[in-house]
Structures are given as structure tokens and as C-alpha cells.
Design a protein around this ligand. Structure first.
Ligand SMILES: [Zn+2]
Length: 489
């Protein structure tokens, strides 16, 4: 997601979220239809641990299921405090549940604050026409105080897709409903790489609009109103940002919703310094609602910059880790923004656009990964050109970080990762695998993109380059990119 655009978003899919360490315990009934006995016993003295006993437990270190076994969990940290042990004499209540038990899951790439914001905004996923978008917006407005939709509180929505709507929207389309007339509206595309605004927002922008924006597109057909990638930076500064109190609501709502599907941790793929301070302050509060573990990637207020002075000084906290930074090489496939080595098959006049040039990217990767900052660097790269430049930059940094070590050994120390890693030339797939650069992949992007990926890329490029999860040789980080992906299970 682009940086300013990360200020917002969508719906999410969890599907193959990511397993954190702990003991991988998979529990299933011996007979498929059978219910599963579950015994829970709080530690009688301290009430700080709880023991769970199952008919069968298979730790990741075992090849076979251990029957009638228990494990103990520290209630404060959520971590196992004992190995799997045989079930003691059962005393107390036995609760019977169906199905499987899993340890807490981590999602390897999501956006906590933006997900919360999405939960408090208009869901436009699957809207089949501009009329349906208008209807959903009007319904959202119904009963809201008059200030909503005014200059100080824009209506936000996310999830529209011109491929589903049957054509690119424009500002005038939002005026067609009297209930929306004159409202400040900003709606993010499904991939948050474009935003669609209403006429009064358009009126705030310079006139005439600039001819071209490097790394971005001002959509003019069928009329103004949509801004993509770097062109979104024309609009985002005008949007009245949520207050810290609102952000707390967003974080609290998101946390609850993520826990509800079994997530205990998330790699938060781009967090601004002020928001990191808010996370940290919330994590310190007694009875804090900040109960997820967050591995945060810092995002500089100016996208793709080196901002070590802005790294918040946060005392260690078990709920928040900060030692990574997020950079952005290109946009997304759906909006023709991902940077390709050859033109798009369905738009031969463009190969997408890089959000920064190769030397700038290399410079940033060096600066962030070198002492004294020594951050892990995660680069958003979707197109094969962006992935090639990301790999070039990473290999260059590895060569200077440990000149006497093979690249693979140096990579094991610095753990460079590429976010999305979606379309990669076969030669670069090999480079990635040989060096062990970490591919951070969101499997649901493959199913979300499948309606148009082949049209964009052509058959051969799709076959050899796109969504090649098995070509990277393991070490994948899997995530959902919530709320960019719709909930799919
Ligand atoms: Zn993302």
C-alpha cells in the first residue's frame, strides 16, 4: 500500500495468515465427526496459568499425535510454560467442542490502524456500479450527524473496483444523488492505489490539474475524480486526519476483530512515527485494549525517505517491536501501477511506474540497513521491474554490509524482505531463492487478481512470472494484507 494511502482502507482476508512460532499444536478428533473434549484448569494458587488437555496433540517437533495430553499456558503472555505432558487425572469440568485447535496465528503483512478505519467506514467491496456505490454511501449517511461529509469530516470508503463496476468512475457520478451532493467524499480503490473523490474535494485542488505526476496518474477519462499512486499525494494532505481519540477507537475495533479470527500478532506493514507512539502508549495502559503483538515496519512521513531522526524512542514492550522499515518500489497491478519490464498486455503504451528510481532505492536500502540504524528493510514490489530493482538494491547492500561473507549468509543476518513479490522474472526468482531474500506473500492477492491478471500480463508472463510461491524455495512469510483483501473465509 502506498504511504499516504495507507491512511486508510478496506476489508481483509485472512485465509493463509501466518503462524508464529510457539508450539505448532494441531488437534483433531480421532473420528472426523466426533466432538473434542477440552479440559481447562486454572492454576489454583496463582491463577496465572491455565492447562489445556486434549484427546490428541501433535507438536511440530513430533511426527505423531500424542494421545491424552496437556499443555500449560501463561495467561499474561499467552506463551506455553510447559511441554506437552500426559493428561493428569481429570477433575473439574470437561467442555466439549468440535473441530480443531490452533495456536495463536500471526499475519505476516497487514495494516492494523487502516483495518480499524475500514471498520468505521463505507464498505464498497463488490459494488457493481456507481449507482450501488451511491446507495451504500447514502445508507451510511442515513442518521449520521450533519457534520459527517462536511469539510472537517470527510466520508471515507474503500473497496471499489472499476473492473467490477464496469468502468472507471469520476467525481460527477457522486453528484447524481441529491443525498451526496456537496459532500466531501474520498473513496479508495480495492488495492488502495487509487482514490476517487467528490466534486467539492476536486474543487480544493489546483486548477488546471498538473499534466503529469511522476510515479502517479491523474485519471481523466471519463472525467476527473480519480487519482492513482503518487498523484494521490495531491489529495491526501487535504483530508482532515482522524484525531488520536478516533485512532484509538480504530485500533481497539481492529484488535477485537482480528482476535475473533484467532490472530495474536501482525506484521504491520507501514506505521507512521506518531502512530507508533500511540501504539506504544496504548500498550502501556493498564487493562490495555492493545492486546495484539505488533511487529511494526516504520514508514517515514515522506514516503521513500531516510528518516532516522524520526524513529520514535520506544522503551521495549512485549506488544510492540520496531526494527524494520517499509519502502515502496511501485504501485499495484489492478491500476496498471506495478512497474513491469515490458509493457502491459492490455495497455501497450505503459509499463507501469516506479515510485523511485534505482539509485535512490539502492541508497535507501544501504542507509537503512547499515549501522547505526541497522533496520530490517522491507520493500513493496509487485511488478517484475520493481522486484528486479529491489533485488539489485538488496544484493548491493549485502555486498557492502558483509564483504567477506557469501550473500546468503549475510542475508541470514539482515533478513531483507520483499513485500508482495508478485510478478518476478524467472532469472530473479532464481536470484531470490539463491540468496534467501524473504518473500512476503499474500496468497489471496492471486485469487483477487485472477479475473484480470492474464489480461494485464499476457498468458506467458502470467505462467512463468506471476504468483510463483513455490519457486522461492521456502522461507515465505504469509499474510493477508488486511484490510486490502476482502474477508474470504
Ligand atoms: Zn499492504
Amino acid at each position: 500500500m502506498p504511504s499516504q494511502a495507507t491512511n486508510f482502507l478496506l476489508w481483509w482476508g485472512l485465509r493463509l495468515s501466518l503462524v508464529a512460532g510457539c508450539l505448532a499444536v494441531v488437534l483433531r478428533s480421532f473420528q472426523q465427526q466426533q466432538q473434542q473434549p477440552l479440559f481447562q484448569e486454572a492454576s489454583p494458587k496463582t491463577n496465572t496459568t491455565r492447562t489445556f488437555c486434549y484427546q490428541g496433540i501433535r507438536p511440530s517437533s513430533h511426527s505423531r499425535t500424542i494421545p491424552d495430553a496437556c499443555l500449560t499456558v501463561d495467561l499474561a503472555t499467552g506463551l506455553f510454560t510447559s511441554d506437552v505432558v500426559p493428561r493428569p487425572e481429570v477433575h473439574g469440568e470437561v467442555e466439549v467442542r468440535k473441530g480443531y485447535a490452533l495456536p495463536g496465528l500471526w499475519d505476516g503483512h497487514g495494516h492494523l490502524l487502516q483495518y480499524g478505519e475500514f471498520l468505521h467506514s463505507v464498505d464498497l467491496f463488490g459494488a457493481a456500479s456507481a449507482a450501488e456505490v451511491r446507495e451504500r454511501l447514502a445508507k451510511y449517511l442515513d442518521g449520521k450527524p450533519p457534520g459527517v461529509g462536511g469539510k472537517g469530516e470527510w466520508i471515507r470508503g474503500v473497496g471499489w473496483d472499476q473492473m467490477v463496476m464496469g468502468g472507471m468512475p469520476n467525481a460527477a457520478m457522486l453528484e447524481e444523488d441529491d443525498r451526496l451532493h456537496g459532500k466531501f467524499i474520498m473513496l479508495d480503490r480495492v488495492d488502495v492505489h487509487c482514490t476517487w473523490v467528490s466534486q467539492v474535494v476536486l474543487d480544493l485542488l489546483p486548477s488546471p490539474l498538473p499534466d503529469g505526476i511522476p510515479g502517479g496518474e491523474i485519471v481523466r477519462d471519463p472525467g476527473p475524480g480519480v487519482f492513482c499512486d503518487n498523484a494521490m499525494d495531491l489529495v491526501m494532505p487535504l483530508w482532515p486526519k482522524p484525531t488520536p481519540a478516533k485512532k484509538r477507537q480504530f485500533i481497539t475495533s481492529a484488535t477485537k476483530a482480528l482476535h475473533a479470527v484467532g490472530l495474536v500478532g501482525v506484521h504491520d506493514a507501514g506505521v507512521l512515527p506518531d502512530d507508533l507512539r500511540l501504539y506504544h502508549a496504548m500498550a502501556l495502559e493498564p487493562s490495555s485494549p492493545f492486546t495484539l503483538r505488533v511487529y511494526a515496519m516504520l514508514e517515514c512521513p515522506v514516503r521513500n525517505s531516510f528518516c532516522p531522526d524520526l524513529i520514535p524512542d520506544l522503551p521495549p514492550n512485549p506488544h510492540l517491536t520496531l526494527r524494520a522499515v517499509k519502502l515502496f518500489a511501485d504501485g499495484a497491478l489492478g491500476s496498471w501501477g506495478s512497474a513491469l519490464l515490458a509493457p502491459y498486455s492490455d495497455r501497450p503504451t505503459t509499463s507501469g511506474s516506479l515510485l523511485l528510481n534505482a539509485s535512490h532505492l539502492t541508497h535507501l536500502v544501504h542507509s537503512w540497513s547499515s549501522p547505526p540504524t541497522s533496520f530490517q528493510v522491507a520493500i513493496h514490489a509487485i511488478g517484475d521491474r520493481a522486484n528486479r530493482l529491489a533485488l539489485d538494491a538488496i544484493l548491493s547492500a549485502l555486498a557492502s554490509l558483509c564483504p567477506s561473507l557469501p550473500a546468503r549468509e549475510c542475508q541470514a543476518l539482515h533478513r531483507f524482505r520483499i513485500e508482495h513479490a508478485q510478478i518476478i522474472h524467472p532469472a530473479d526468482q532464481r536470484r531470490m531463492r539463491d540468496v534467501g531474500v524473504i518473500p512476503s506473500i499474500q496468497p489471496t492477492h492471486a485469487t483477487s487478481d485472477m479475473a484480470y491478471a492474464e489480461r494485464r500480463l499476457g498468458r506467458e508472463r502470467t505462467r512463468t512470472e506471476a504468483y510463483r510461491m513455490r519457486s522461492f524455495g521456502g522461507g515465505l512469510v504469509l499474510g493477508s494484507d488486511f484490510p486490502v483483501e476482502p474477508r474470504t473465509y
